[in-house]
Design a protein around this ligand. Structure first.
Ligand code: CTP
Ligand code: MG
Length: 233
């Protein structure tokens, strides 16, 4: 892998979701893990990545100022922009992309809910885009046996070819902009939009610490990951 000495990358952070599967409370990105909101963990790690020149956060509706105040002290080496997110993840990413500084040719999209993804993962994804892949996703192998259940019964699916998709996902800026402009299907990630354009999606190894906090149990796991990092905030 080529070293990332170039600051040519903007990281978009959709953080506007409500976190309904986490249960009642503040929007998910503002819930605490080890004493700090998830969005603070996520953005600190991204801003530390050597390829990242700017971070654009899509904040929960009405919380842009709060998010800006939380993040200003932790983003030292990158430009910080905060916008209001939309009704869907896709709308939040589109709002962040519209505010991204023009000088960055590589765009990462990273869920605030994947708060503990290491900076090295962001750099590895950006490096693969720099190497010429228009769309890059980090993936993990499936370790469980997978069974497809339909109305007529169930059958085992060969898991060898299956992968679990994480973020940060990386794109050449023009490709991501085209994908968002031309596809209005509601998808759960941006690589899916790029795929609709008929472009290949390249995979790189993901990282277990990039787990997504979705349900209360995930906060238990993420707390353990944070503790294993030595309490790195
Ligand atoms: N997201 C967003 N804007 C939305 C919906 C989601 O920016 N309108 C973000 C979330 O904040 C999260 C990421 O997209 O960082 C992944 O979404 P998900 O894990 O589904 O988060 P929530 O939508 O908040 O959770 P839930 O679906 O349980 O309500
Ligand atoms: Mg959601």
């Amino acid at each position: 892998m080529r070293p990332n000495s170039t600051q040519d990358t903007v990281a978009l952070v959709p953080a506007a979701g409500r976190g309904e599967r986490l249960g009642p409370g503040a929007p998910k990105s503002l819930r605490h893990l080890g004493g700090e909101p998830l969005v603070v963990h996520a953005v600190r790690r991204l801003a530390t990545a050597s390829s990242v020149a700017a971070v654009v956060v899509a904040a929960p509706p009405g919380a842009s100022e709060t998010v800006r105040e939380l993040l200003a002290p932790v983003v030292m080496t990158a430009e910080l922009i905060v916008v209001e997110g939309g009704d869907t993840r896709q709308a939040s990413v589109a709002a962040a992309l519209a505010a991204a500084p023009g000088h960055c040719d590589i765009v990462l999209v990273h869920d605030a809910a994947r708060a503990l993804a290491p900076p090295e993962l962001a750099d590895a994804v950006a490096a693969a885009v720099r190497d010429g892949h228009p769309a890059v996703v980090p993936v993990l192998p499936v370790v469980d046996t997978v069974r497809q259940v339909t109305a007529s019964g169930s059958s085992t699916i060969d898991r060898e070819a299956l992968r679990l998709v994480q973020t940060p996902q990386g794109f050449s800026r023009s490709v991501l902009a085209k994908a968002h402009a031309e596809c209005d299907d509601a998808l759960t990630d941006d690589a899916g939009l790029v795929e609709r354009l008929g472009l290949p999606v390249h995979t790189v190894p993901g990282h277990p610490n990039a787990l997504k906090v979705t349900r209360p149990f995930d906060l238990v796991v993420a707390s353990a990951v944070l503790a294993a990092e030595g309490g790195m905030a």
